[in-house]
Design a protein around this ligand. Structure first.
Ligand SMILES: O=C(O)[C@@H](O)C(=O)CO
Ligand SMILES: [Mg+2]
Length: 274
């Protein structure tokens, strides 16, 4: 089975953020990811990781003004200086948390502007981020996201993400393949894993039930089958990454907490949470 990381932005909403580390470790996870570390001192987060024997495997670069709807700066002409400051801050956190990957959110295509118009800005920003991240020994990830959840998001499809990774041409730029978004936008998920994982350009997976982003055993995707596909292809190509559990708990959230909804994980053959 693949190795699973708990996404602490979505799992354990019944707990304060800093208490979610312990909860994930108690549930058997060996790794965590979350959207943003910036509201906390890096040393506080590092001590939670260490105290609970957890690895940090992913977090996001600063997204701009999240409260006002911004979802990344990478494709926004005129925001390059802010983008660069954010990437340098993320690299500092990645060093303090010993985190190998940073997800750089693409941002929203401005109203009335064509996607193609902002693509040069996106590529230039990614190239810059790749160089800075490489100096620090980190990978930069880009994630196609569905437009039902984030209308006008610049990057929606796996093929577009892989084209962009090729265009940047840096070994430390990879695709964050979130199977939830992939199913909503384009489907044919198993074949896309078979197509893209052997390229060496998939840095990380994420999962959630589709369509409602709840536990992976609710909804239209057959995750045990997809995990077998990831296992089979990984065995052939040597992929050794993580699968982030990025969903909003439905089964357990109210009565018993997130743990009660982890039956899908406990039920997997040779379940590997670390
Ligand atoms: O899929 C998602 O929503 C996340 O992985 C993310 O980084 C942006 O919200
Ligand atoms: Mg995701």
């Amino acid at each position: 089975m693949p190795r699973f990381a708990a996404n602490l932005s979505m799992l354990y909403p019944e707990l304060d953020f800093l208490d979610r580390f312990e909860a994930a470790a108690k549930d058997g996870f060996a790794a965590v990811e979350y959207l943003f570390p910036y509201a906390y001192e890096a040393r506080e987060l590092a001590s939670r990781l260490a105290a609970n024997g957890l690895k940090q495997v992913l977090f996001n670069g600063p997204p701009g003004d999240w409260e006002r709807g911004e979802r990344g700066l990478a494709c926004l002409p005129g925001r390059e200086a802010e983008f660069r400051d954010g990437i340098l801050k993320a690299i500092d956190y990645a060093a303090a948390l010993d985190c190998p990957r940073i997800h750089v959110m693409a941002g929203l295509v401005p109203e009335g502007v064509e996607r193609e118009t902002v693509q040069p800005t996106y590529l230039e920003n990614l190239r810059w981020a790749a160089v800075e991240a490489a100096k620090a020994g980190r990978d930069v990830l880009i994630e196609p996201i569905n437009t039902r959840d984030i209308p006008r998001f610049f990057l929606n499809r796996q093929d577009h993400a892989h084209e962009l990774v090729e265009a940047v041409g840096a070994l430390n730029v990879q695709v964050q393949m979130d199977l939830y978004h992939c199913q909503i936008v384009e489907g044919d998920v198993a074949m896309k894993i078979r197509k893209y994982l052997p390229t060496g350009r998939v840095g990380h997976f994420q999962i959630a039930g589709v369509p409602d982003r709840n536990e992976p055993d609710i909804g239209e995707l057959n995750h045990p089958y997809l995990f077998e596909v990831i296992d089979e292809v990984s065995a052939q190509c040597g992929w050794q990454g993580w699968v982030g559990c990025e969903y909003r708990p439905r089964r357990g959230a109210v009565a018993d907490g997130t743990s009660a909804g982890l039956g899908w994980l406990r039920g997997l053959p040779r379940a590997a949470r670390g």
